[in-house]
Ligand binder design. Structure first.
Ligand SMILES: *Cc1c(COP(=O)(O)O)cnc(C)c1O
Length: 370
């Protein structure tokens, strides 16, 4: 039996009528640029996340970019980021002419290494971007403590609904950046993103920045860009929003189920499940294990049509485009080791017990073969 890494059609089918109704309503209105649909979504999103302000933007990447623009990050500035993350976290820093300062990650939660964070803050540090990787919240009290007066932008792209001491991520730092890429826990029918903040002045500025820095009609105090969330995406996201918590709960149940199955099959020496840290609610946007002989196992699963993927095979400090920054192999060893050991398995909420069995049975047979 084939088991896909992600099958969005299973989420779509039961909600199909609602999507079609809302899309039809929006098409009838012919209001596609911002307007009431985007405003309504922003209000509902802010409520769901427990933040004062939420600004819909064109993608998660643009959410990070516009957040850095709002802090006036530019040439000569440094932005501290973990090296083990999706490329966008670093790309936006470089696009503004600033320098990403890569630090290692913690081997347990895969979020930034707090000791290195404290060590690398200098007078040039303009921002810090902790990434709630795979849906696991970073240790935000410690991050905020280390940051002092340096603004923190949370990269929440994989972490809609993740909690830190009963607070939703995205509401702890100065700003939070979310992505609605279809494979995220709350995904649109295309690209979309969101910036959250508790600061009314920043929120107003972000709204100007997503409209070319315009403060009134054709009046531009700043240079922004076209970073608007499409109203069609807002309509789709409004249909999905009431279901996200149940989907996250489904992912958590599948994660627990895997842990039990791995233990029952005596696989824990070969396959280490992700660690659930006390006080932090993981959303399992990705269910990532550490596996011995990872590449062989991945091939074995893929050959049997079982979804398995590596996030991420090459840490950012070793990416060719950052050669000029002078990092070399061995500089950030925890992330480098993780990049050789991590493997993401199917965890989407609609997975059946039979599919979970299939994945675990295939893994067991791989290691039995030796
Ligand atoms: C997906 C993702 C982004 C970028 O979001 P897009 O909507 O694809 O632009 C940024 N950071 C992380 C950690 C992500 O996983």
């Amino acid at each position: 039996m084939a088991v896909p890494l992600l099958d969005l059609t299973r989420q779509y089918e039961p909600l199909k009528k609602a999507f079609h109704k809302e899309i039809d309503r929006l098409c009838t209105s012919q209001r596609f640029i911002l307007g009431p649909e985007v405003e309504a979504f922003e209000k509902e999103a802010a409520e769901a996340l427990g933040v004062d302000h939420a600004i819909g933007v064109s993608s998660g990447t643009d959410a990070l970019l516009i957040a850095l623009m709002a802090l006036d990050v530019g040439p000569g500035d440094q932005v501290i980021i973990p090296t083990f993350t999706f490329f966008a976290t670093a790309g936006v820093v470089t696009r503004l002419g600033a320098t990403p300062v890569f630090i290692d990650v913690d081997p347990v939660d895969y979020c930034l290494d707090l000791e290195q964070l404290r060590d690398r803050i200098t007078a040039k540090t303009k921002a810090i971007i902790p990434v709630h990787l795979f849906g696991q919240a970073a240790d935000m009290d410690a991050v905020m403590d280390a940051a002092g007066s340096v603004p923190v932008i949370e990269d929440c792209a994989q972490a809609w609904g993740a909690t830190y001491n009963d607070r939703m991520v995205g509401g702890v730092g100065r700003m939070g950046a979310f992505s609605f890429f279809p494979s995220k826990n709350l995904g649109g029918f295309g690209d979309g993103g969101l910036v959250t903040t508790g600061d009314a002045e920043l929120a107003a500025f972000l709204k100007e920045m997503r409209m070319h820095g315009q403060s009134g009609q054709y009046l531009h105090p700043h240079i922004g860009g076209n970073f608007r969330l499409h109203a069609l995406q807002a309509a789709v996201l409004r249909v999905k929003l009431p279901h996200v918590q149940a989907w996250v709960d489904g992912r958590r149940a599948n994660a627990q189920s895997y842990a039990k199955r791995f233990a029952d099959a005596e696989l824990l020496e070969m396959v280490q499940p992700p660690v659930m840290v006390d006080g932090r609610g993981h959303t399992f946007n990705q269910y990532v294990v550490r596996a011995s002989r990872r590449d062989e196992l991945r091939q074995y699963l893929v050959d049997r049509s079982i979804g398995a993927a590596v996030y991420y095979p090459l840490p950012l400090h070793l990416q060719p485009c950052f050669n000029s920054l002078g990092y070399k192999k061995g500089d950030l060893p925890v992330a480098e080791q993780a990049s050789h050991e991590v493997l993401a398995l199917p965890v989407f909420p609609e997975l059946t017990d039979a599919e979970l069995d299939e994945v675990v049975d295939a893994i067991a047979s791989f290691y039995q073969k030796g």
